[in-house]
Design a protein around this ligand. Structure first.
Ligand code: HEM
Length: 468
């Protein structure tokens, strides 16, 4: 009988969960890795696509139907603005059925992106929010890729980590770390800003959010970079094998952190305001350790969310000032422009180029018929440069009146949870830069990462002149 089968299955499910809870999470991941490798060997299937760089065609060199904005080299080759401008002007809701990531709708105008992002019933964030898919077996469950009500419960459990009170407490810590990093920089000698400043400051921040051993903070960066740069998911350079190894390491470290914190709380130590304490003390998440993919997914979400994005805004701001030197002069004369400038940096940089949605029913958008199950890509990178919304949209203007209306944090139920923290970090960075340095000279063209998701820099060589 059907009811007996269901009872049997739910027993099986519970037994599996019980077994899972006993096997260390890193071993489970290693086991899954072995299984996936064996499967690949037997089926002869490649683990992931490989992206080889070649010069992309100019935006006007191909018919509009064939224009493909999904290439991970679009930003590095400086073609993204022309591609997106053509799409916005000629086909703002654009179908390409033959991208390396399958058929995708590209949504490129500000207003259309807003419509999609705000309508989670018509456009689901499940199962993934990037263009492609992670390798099989590594499809971590994160609330950014869940719809309400599951999304809301999990977001609520962790959002205290960036509550106004927590941020207030963190401000002086962020400032002292920022000072420490800036004071350690060489003057008059070239160095890579990405490594010495952007990565260093975000790593320190992540260690604080997670109450992670401070001296091991660079491991957080490594895991986060691995998770965000998968070839199959975003056209990046990370292979499935590399991702499995990094996730096993991360699982072992976070499990240790979890149990250690649980023991201390059980012994009467008051829980902190770090992420693990919050997860451990919320009824919806305190047994999350028994759901390994969800446990890892939500921790990975916080470190990926807080890592690449803030880091690339820290580098992007310096590069933007180099391209628009009169803005730096304006800033020095009016330091009170810093908060608006921070919004403008985040608009101009758009650290995450897109988020993906899937249509939950047949529907219409911008005069196009969209089928249930179709993938839609909300191109924030394009919406932020939409001339219909932002005058002279490609320019970096620190006192732009509507800079705050940028889409870099998204809208709707998934609007970035860490937006205030990111703004705080950037505001402090620039408040501390101004009294220290007269110029931040950019010495060569920056190196741009290979990705269709992260809009970032791997190298930005600069030379500093001290303030007189
Ligand atoms: C969600 C961008 C900083 C944590 C998002 C989304 C975007 C985004 C585009 C998805 C929005 C949507 O789907 O509508 C950024 C940018 C940042 C930044 C540009 C920096 C300039 C941070 C930081 C944290 C963080 C510092 C860490 C605390 C998250 C989380 C979500 C999220 C947890 C998922 C929210 C949800 O699904 O409800 N972020 N982010 N982000 N971000 Fe950020």
């Amino acid at each position: 009988k059907l009811t007996d089968r269901i009872t049997e299955l739910s027993h099986l499910d519970r037994s599996l969960q019980a077994v899972q809870a006993r096997v260390p999470m890193d071993l489970q991941i290693k086991g899954m890795h072995l299984y996936q490798r064996l499967k690949r060997r037997l089926t002869g299937r490649a683990a992931e696509p490989r992206f080889i760089e070649y010069p992309l065609p100019a935006a006007d060199a191909v018919p509009i139907e064939a224009l493909d904005p999904t290439s991970p080299f679009l930003y590095r080759q400086g073609l993204w603005q022309s591609y997106f401008k053509r799409l916005r002007d000629e086909a703002p809701v654009h179908w390409n059925g033959h991208t390396p990531f399958g058929g995708v709708w590209s949504i490129t105008r500000y207003d259309d992106i807003m419509t999609v992002d705000r309508d989670h019933e018509r456009f689901s964030a499940e199962p993934f929010i990037v263009m492609g898919e992670p390798p099989e077996g590594l499809d971590l469950a994160m609330f950014i890729a869940m719809d309400p009500p599951r999304h809301d419960r999990q977001r609520m459990a962790v959002q205290g980590v960036v509550s106004p009170r927590n941020l207030q407490e963190m401000e002086s810590l962020i400032r002292s770390r920022t000072r420490e990093v800036l004071d350690s920089l060489p003057l008059g000698t070239p160095f890579n800003w990405v490594e010495r400043v952007s990565i260093e400051l975000t790593a320190r921040m992540l260690a604080t959010l997670l109450d992670f051993p401070y001296e091991q903070r660079h491991r957080l960066v490594k895991w986060s970079d691995t998770a965000a740069n998968l070839a199959s998911a975003t056209g990046g350079t990370v292979t499935a094998d590399e991702a499995f190894s990094a996730m096993a390491e991360m699982a072992a470290a976070f499990t240790r952190l979890w149990h250690d914190k649980a023991r201390r709380i059980a012994a009467g130590e008051p829980p902190g305001f770090d992420l693990i304490s919050l997860l451990l003390t919320s009824p919806d998440t305190r047994d999350m350790i028994e759901r390994p993919l969800e446990f890892l997914g939500n921790l990975a979400l916080l470190i990926v969310g807080g890592n690449d994005t803030t880091r690339n805004s820290m580098s992007g701001g310096v590069y933007a000032h180099h391209l628009y030197p009169s803005e730096f002069a304006k800033l020095k004369a009016n330091p009170e422009l810093i908060p608006n400038m921070v919004a403008e940096i985040i608009r101009w940089q758009t650290p995450l180029a897109h988020m993906r949605r899937v249509a939950t029913r047949d529907t219409r958008l911008g005069g196009q018929f969209i089928r249930r199950g179709d993938k839609l890509i909300m191109w924030y990178a394009s919406g932020n440069r939409d001339e219909r919304k932002f005058e002279n949209a490609d320019a970096f203007i620190i006192d732009r009146p509507n800079a705050r209306q940028h889409m870099s944090f998204g809208f709707g139920v998934h609007r970035c949870m860490g937006n205030r923290l990111a703004e705080l970090q950037l505001r402090i960075l620039w408040e501390e830069i101004l009294p220290r340095f007269d110029t931040i000279e950019v010495l060569e063209k920056p190196q741009i990462v290979q990705s269709n998701f992260v809009r970032g820099y791997s190298r930005l060589m600069v030379r500093l002149t001290p303030a007189r």
